[in-house]
Design a protein around this ligand. Sequence first.
Ligand SMILES: C[S@@+](CC[C@H](N)C(=O)[O-])C[C@H]1O[C@@H](n2cnc3c(N)ncnc32)[C@H](O)[C@@H]1O
Length: 218
Amino acid sequence: MRVDVFTQLPHAFGWLTEQRPLASVLGTELELRLLNYRDTTPLRGGQVDDDPYGGGAGMVLRVDVVDAALEAAYGDVRPARVVALTPQGRQLEQELVEELALEPELALLSSRFEGFDERIVEHLATDAVSIGPYVLSGGELPAMVLLDAIARRLPGALAEGSGELESFSAHLDGGLEYPHYTRPAAYRGWDVPDVLLSGDHARIERWRREQSRARSVA
Ligand SMILES: C[S@@+](CC[C@H](N)C(=O)[O-])C[C@H]1O[C@@H](n2cnc3c(N)ncnc32)[C@H](O)[C@@H]1O
């Protein structure tokens, strides 16, 4: 799939692209373009935002700037999903991640300061997505959260099988994963459950299912 991130801070994504899972799928399952609104703005001096009508603090990302960025990237044929990252959007959950990971192309719109001119969300975006009920300073971290979650769902991103039984997956009916333990088996009186040391795979599987169910309803 191809993901295009529209941002004022493309360099912020350097760290993410060097790490797994993104690094594992970049150039194969994932093509990532980082597009700076400033490169295509129709305004002078690289201007992308402006004062809000009606007054008030902060600057607002302009609708003509975002439209020009989309026009430069796609012409008239825009991706079926153009996602505006905003705290006012639909809260991101695994189900939406799975859905977006199936798209052949995806555009992510981020903003800063006071956010988007509302016409961007209403007319240029198809979706508005929030990564949680709190306010961050810009859409770059939300875009990275979504990108990382999507990359994990692409073939080759994870070691064989490790993405199958994760929390919120359909395999666990949207529930939580069972707890994991590793060596040492005994440490400061915090012992690993005996069942995991039993070597009895059927018992271990049963225990894991029970643990997963118990955590999911808690
Ligand atoms: C400071 S926020 C703007 C908040 C906006 N004035 C409000 O009160 O709803 C600037 C930008 O950061 C991004 N952002 C901040 N928090 C976010 C969240 N929880 N989910 C998604 N994007 C977020 C959005 O792109 C937003 O336009």
